[in-house]
Write a protein that binds this ligand. Structure first.
Ligand SMILES: Cc1cc2nc3c(=O)[nH]c(=O)nc-3n(C[C@H](O)[C@H](O)[C@H](O)COP(=O)(O)OP(=O)(O)OC[C@H]3O[C@@H](n4cnc5c(N)ncnc54)[C@H](O)[C@@H]3O)c2cc1C
Length: 428
């Protein structure tokens, strides 16, 4: 039986593990941290007496590779699906708007959603519809080096339309403000979301935790298919014998494997000796954007929608699950510099102002700053993403930062793991 070592137990590593182990490859995953999931992980917080995610994650109906992964590991029932796209928004003062489509008459229902979205004036709605149409059609493909902010200007999207609609979508999906993001990448996302039918436009969320929905069932799947998983096991060196056989030098184990998938973040590659011939082709530096998440346990169930966007607030999204309120700021390099107390005060103030005066009795708080949440998909950075194939035979890369054609997302990570696994299966 062929063997494969996967270094890194984030979603990229788990996805590779799921695909390889179901195809009869004996798979071993080694993960540095005591828990799996990487940037999409959960942990038990004794103060909250429940599992918390390191950051609220959403996926979309257009995440086809993720949905296949969920199908394979059998965790569909742990997600909350929308029947049709529906995103509530609030503005300061508490007024609410909704970007909401019917579940039928696609694609006309999408223009209906836009023309019913009262946060935009009629003129802005018309202009946004024309932008969306141009963006998804083949003739308006922006140049590789065009920034999204410049594309918005070229296609007539003003400040207010950007604040109330486009920037929300762009920052939410790419964790980067349009001034730094590639227009081409945003267009690719719009095409994936809006050209593939109603379901592709919908939002899907884990009901309870990332662990329950994306991590634990994958671990079970891999183990049931003969694989092994070791946590608290950091790989420090790989030795390549030259015959396509890898001999990893590990604190916990030494073994020869037929192939290796390195599914660690970009910056962690430099901490594994023996990869010089791979990292020598890498850019010197990759720029990242932070995400700041605040969890609040409140007294009683919060009388708020399951989630809503806060227009022109430094807190972008608010999620509720019973007595748990979670807020998220994407592209958070500024907010990340605030102290924990300052972030909590800001969050409470924004909740108060955007809900028209809701002041929850806060029992517990937990602020999580993910400084290197995702790489910035600027035109320059996108042009140097490595593919999964490396200089070393039988050594492959996976991870949201590799060249998936997507921003750093769950879908990108899962796709990268699948792609690396396919390379191994194709050369079997
Ligand atoms: C707060 C936050 C919110 C997000 N929200 C969303 C969202 O709503 N929707 C969405 O699609 N995406 C979202 N993302 C992005 C998504 O979480 C990531 O793109 C994805 O999880 C990356 O997975 P990965 O496997 O590529 O990398 P990682 O999750 O970073 O996994 C890499 C793993 O490798 C391990 N490792 C590193 N070095 C070694 C070593 N030497 N030996 C062994 N193991 C090692 C690490 O410990 C880690 O577990 C969010 C990210 C964050 C941080």
């Amino acid at each position: 039986m062929k063997t494969c070592l996967i270094i890194g137990g984030g979603l990229a590593g788990l996805s590779a593990g799921v695909h390889l182990s179901r195809s009869g490859i004996q798979t071993t995953i080694l993960e540095r941290s005591p828990r799996l999931g990487g940037r999409a992980s959960s942990f038990i917080d004794p103060q909250f007496e429940r599992e918390l995610d390191n950051g609220q994650h959403i996926i979309m109906g257009c995440y086809s590779q993720t949905l296949e992964y969920i199908n394979l590991i059998g965790s569909q029932k742990t997600f909350q699906f929308q029947d049709a796209l529906s995103i509530p928004y609030a503005v300061r003062g508490g007024k609410r708007y909704s970007f909401e489509s019917t579940g039928y008459a696609y694609p006309f229902n999408l223009s209906g959603a836009l023309f019913n979205y009262q946060a935009l004036s009629f003129r802005e709605q018309l202009s946004a519809a024309s932008f969306l149409l141009k963006a998804v059609l083949p003739f308006y493909k922006p140049d590789n080096d065009l920034l999204l902010s410049d594309w918005f200007t070229q296609l007539g999207q003003g400040k207010h339309a950007r604040n109330a609609l486009w920037d929300f979508l762009a920052v939410g999906a790419m964790n980067t403000k349009p001034e730094n993001a590639s227009a081409l990448m945003f267009r690719e996302l719009l095409r994936r979301i809006f050209l593939k039918g109603n379901f592709a436009t919908t939002i899907i969320m884990p009901q309870n935790s990332l662990n329950e929905s994306l991590i634990a069932p994958a671990m079970d799947f891999i183990r049931l298919n003969g694989g092994s998983i070791y946590t608290s096991c950091m790989v420090k060196e790989l030795i390549h014998t030259g015959k396509g056989v890898i001999f990893p030098v590990l604190p916990c184990k030494e073994k020869v494997y037929d192939s290796v998938i390195i599914a660690v973040p970009f910056h962690s590659m430099y901490h594994i000796a023996g990869l010089d011939s791979i990292v020598k082709n890498f850019p010197d530096h990759v720029e990242h954007a932070a995400i700041v998440t605040t969890h609040m346990k409140v007294h009683g169930d919060a009388p708020l929608p399951r989630f809503m966007g806060l227009i022109e607030s430094p807190i972008h999204w608010l999620f509720t699950r019973g007595d748990l309120i979670t807020t998220v700021t994407s592209d958070a390099n500024e907010i990340e510099k605030l102290t924990i107390d300052e972030i909590i005060r800001l969050t409470e103030k924004e909740i108060f102002e955007y809900t028209g005066g809701y002041k929850p009795q806060v029992l517990r708080t937990r602020v999580i700053k993910e400084k290197r949440a995702t790489f910035i998909p600027s035109p320059a950075q996108l042009s140097v993403r490595p593919s999964c194939i490396t200089e070393l035979p039988h050594v492959f890369l996976a991870g949201d930062w590799t060249n998936t054609g997507l921003p750093a997302t769950i879908e990108g990570a899962i796709l990268s793991g699948y792609t690396a696994a396919q390379e191994i299966l194709n050369t079997r």
